[in-house]
Design a protein around this ligand. Sequence first.
Ligand SMILES: C[S@@+](CC[C@H](N)C(=O)[O-])C[C@H]1O[C@@H](n2cnc3c(N)ncnc32)[C@H](O)[C@@H]1O
Length: 230
Amino acid sequence: MRDATRQTVVWEALRAVLARRSAAAGRDTLDIVDAGGGTGGFAVPLARLGHAVTVVDPTPDSLAALERRAAENGVGVKGLQGDVADLGDLLEPGGADLVLCHSVLEYVDEPAGALSAVRGVLREGGAVSVLAANSVAAAVHRALAGQFEEARRLLAEPPGRWFSRESLAGLLAAAGFTVTEVHGVRIFSELVPGMTAESDPEALIALERAAAGHPVLRDIAVQLHVIAHR
Ligand SMILES: C[S@@+](CC[C@H](N)C(=O)[O-])C[C@H]1O[C@@H](n2cnc3c(N)ncnc32)[C@H](O)[C@@H]1O
């Protein structure tokens, strides 16, 4: 259920970004880099849509699984072992139409440096899709579990692996990006008990889609999805 919600909201935004970029570039095949793309959960479906996709990930096991998944789906995805901060050493500058950075900033030592490296490999007008864990949601969920002190700490001083809409937008702006869209991913699906979520999954997904762009509700989503342009 949680994954279905994430997939729906993120893919809807990605499909719109891809369509706009294809129209602007006058090409159906876009050059896409999935930084920290892991086993290809996004990269392989993007390759199946006909795009040229490169995954950069530090974990050899993930890259091996990516290769298997791509082969099973009858597509080619280039896998490169490396760190998002080193994209500039691994790829030609200004060669990508879209870079995904999904659930990765939580693991990097310097998110600002990572985003700067992402910008370096994007073409002018290219986009980055960032998915990151929301400290505000983490505080809400800790509080609902009775962990009030931890919730207070998360609000007052979120550790490095947590972000808020403001901090994420600030990092992107500092790296030279213009933020164009912010969506909330998994708003209600994590707040309602599992059995309630399963009682009418389709209606819940429709609710999540409607709430994703809501100016208040998106800020309490488990993950923030930001689209920004170079
Ligand atoms: C939670 S998984 C997300 C995978 C994929 N992006 C997705 O959304 O399904 C985190 C991924 O980030 C990768 N990773 C961790 N540190 C990284 C770094 N410094 N640079 C690039 N990727 C990194 C991990 O190997 C792992 O594949």
